[in-house]
Design a protein around this ligand. Structure first.
Ligand code: NCD
Length: 315
């Protein structure tokens, strides 16, 4: 398996064989009654320099269910030697002496790759600033496959903070590989995907599959054409913590809110996904709609992360 002993840094690195293996293992993890022997005696360090609920706890739950142990540095690095001025490189080199793999979240784009460069063990990117979040993309794609039955010929509406949303940056790269997929990009102008530049001109990579771009001003109804046609509506939170000014955030924070009326225009077979946490972009009244798949997506995250850990740690 090509994932064995590999760092997991970007969604672009997965071969088709890797994706097939992750999905096959995730299916198996769901069905297997006893997974506790699979990674017995192995240790995972979970190091989070940014807040997390789902990513950290699902990696911890996944490792535990596989029989392994966890070094959790998830309660704030203020309790680790980082608060004494230790560099990321030294922290990672140290943890690599105890752990068989490291899951790392960091506020700087590229920091996880920097960590991987010095790490003696595989490093899994659990979100690097506005860069990528590849394990989330795996679980998002797995959920899409489970919910719609396919990974190709999908019309996918990406909604919200496309500039800062690292889950979007990874998922769109994965979906870009499959034939017939078509992207509808819905955001305020300030949060458009083609603002994501730097070393990784993501928009250029995926533009061949961009069917339509909406720069909404007053609300999501301006993009009703895309909502009506979509097989998947991928909602995201406006990433308040990435703004340098409160005014900029205030201007766009309510620009892409879903409501029951918009959902009633969606196809019955369509699905709403969200990496979570949500703020106000999906009112809770929508949760009972069978098209709301975001909590099933959370559940899938456990099985996909069990699969990923098994493959990287080489069961
Ligand atoms: C996301 C993240 O951290 O990038 N959450 C997650 O991992 N499920 C999305 C977000 O914070 O908005």
């Amino acid at each position: 398996m090509t994932l064995k002993n590999q760092h997991v840094l970007t969604a672009s690195q997965f071969s088709e064989a890797d994706l097939a293996a992750v999905f096959m293992y995730a299916d198996a993890m769901q069905k297997r009654p006893d997974t506790r022997g699979l990674l017995a005696g192995r240790t995972l360090a979970c190091v989070f320099y940014e807040p997390s609920t789902r990513t950290s706890s699902s990696f911890i739950a996944a490792m535990t269910k596989l029989g392994g142990g966890v070094i959790p540095i998830t309660q704030g690095v203020q309790f680790s030697s980082v608060s004494k001025g230790e560099t990321l490189e030294d922290t990672i080199t140290t943890l690599g002496q105890y752990a068989d793999a490291i899951v790392l979240r960091h506020p700087e784009t590229g920091a996880v790759a920097r960590a991987a460069a010095v790490s003696p063990v595989p490093v899994i990117n659990a979100g690097d600033g506005i860069g990528e979040h590849p394990s989330q993309a795996l679980l998002d794609l797995y959920t899409i496959k489970q919910e719609t039955g396919r990974t190709e010929n999908l019309k996918v509406a990406f909604v919200g903070d496309l500039a800062h949303g690292r889950t979007v940056h990874s998922l769109i790269r994965l979906l870009n590989r499959y034939p017939g997929n078509e992207f509808h990009l819905i955001s305020p102008w300030l949060l458009r995907l083609d603002r994501t530049g730097g070393d990784s001109p993501l928009y250029e990579e995926v533009r061949g599959k961009v069917a339509q771009t909406y720069h909404v001003k007053a609300g999501l109804q301006e993009a009703i054409g895309a909502i009506e046609q979509a097989d998947v509506v991928y909602m995201t939170r406006v990433q308040k913590e990435r703004f340098i000014d409160a005014e900029g955030y205030a201007e766009v924070k309510d620009s892409c809110l879903l409501n029951p009326e918009l959902v009633s225009c969606m196809k019955p077979s369509a699905r709403i996904l969200h990496p979570l946490p949500r703020v106000n972009e999906i009112p809770t009244v929508i949760d009972a709609d069978p098209r709301a798949a975001y909590f099933r997506q959370v559940r899938a995250g456990l099985h996909v992360r069990m699969a990923l850990l098994s493959l990287v740690l080489g069961v």
